[in-house]
Write a protein that binds this ligand. Structure first.
Ligand code: KIV
Length: 287
């Protein structure tokens, strides 16, 4: 599957905001799904640390390692060479020091060829963002519901629903833009607060569960295709039901095998012409 799609740069994404064109962003963790995404003409892909839940079956994102993120990012990059790919910095890959943050973000670029990295947090990560930008790395901030610190947030809860919380979010958004970060993601934020932030900032403000007024939308592919079973956040729209389709296919396969109707003749490699006739003779040798 190849496309003649032109890959975005951070400049063309920022131009889309200025022109009022919505940016379409999706998570992706593997080669085939990233191929579909590129063929579908999506603007951006995120190799999210949500792969911990969507691919590995962890309860959250905290156990995800840099090595896992790199392996999945490499596969996505190979499958979608013409799509802007963002690598998601997993827990403890940037919290400890500027040096570790730069080294790990650098791995995403050197080993997986991603176009940008995303990290969670507002004011408290601005120093890290400066360090990444100084290293020449394109950075996407992520505020609102930040799953890596869901313990501090008291669970996976929407943010910015009180005036105090909305003020803190707006201050965080302004602080991120002030660093020079090129993109910002808002997760699980009221649309009225998200819309205000999107209008206030010059950089593209993307939404996952932050309403329609942002400059683009992100969704987790496993939710979009109905593959992730553990829970479905309010902001998810399911566009197909892969879980049912695949389970039904597996049940049909099992039924066919048990009934002896699979494999059929068309699924068999017969002996070459002129060879099959000699098989009885060969069999006799082994009697
Ligand atoms: O890992 C991820 O997919 C994310 C989204 C939930 C925003 O960070």
């Amino acid at each position: 599957m190849t496309t003649d799609k032109k890959k975005h740069s951070i400049h063309t994404l920022q131009e889309m905001k200025r022109e009022g064109k919505k940016i379409v962003w999706l998570t992706s963790y593997d080669f085939p799904t990233a191929q579909f995404a590129e063929a579908a003409g999506l603007d951006m892909l995120l190799v999210g640390d949500s792969l911990g839940m969507c691919v590995y079956g962890y309860e959250g994102t905290v156990p995800v390692t840099m090595d896992q993120c790199i392996v999945h990012s490499e596969a996505v990059r190979r499958a979608a060479p013409n799509t802007f790919v963002v690598g998601d910095m997993p827990f403890l890959s940037y919290q400890v020091s500027d040096e570790e943050a730069v080294r790990n973000a650098g791995r995403f670029l050197k080993e997986a060829g991603v176009d940008a990295v995303k990290l969670e947090g507002g004011k408290r990560v601005t120093r890290r963002i400066h360090a990444l930008l100084d290293a020449g790395i394109v950075v996407c901030g992520h505020i609102g519901l930040t799953p890596q610190s869901s313990g501090q947030l008291g669970g996976h809860k929407a943010q910015g629903r009180t005036i105090d919380s909305a003020r803190a979010l707006i201050e965080d958004a302004l602080a991120i833009e002030e660093t020079g970060a090129q993109l910002l993601l808002l997760e699980a934020v009221p649309p009225e607060v998200a819309g205000f932030i999107a209008r206030k900032l010059r950089i593209p403000v993307l939404s996952i569960g932050a309403g329609p007024e942002c400059d683009g939308q992100l969704i987790i592919v496993s939710d979009l295709i109905g593959q992730f079973q553990a829970f479905t956040p309010k902001f998810v729209k399911k566009y197909c039901d892969v879980a049912t389709t695949v389970t039904d296919a597996m049940k049909s396969y099992a039924a066919d095998v048990r009934a002896g109707t699979f494999p059929a003749d068309e699924h068999c490699y017969h002996m070459l012409k002129g060879e099959g006739e000699r098989l009885p003779e060969l069999m006799k040798e082994f009697e």
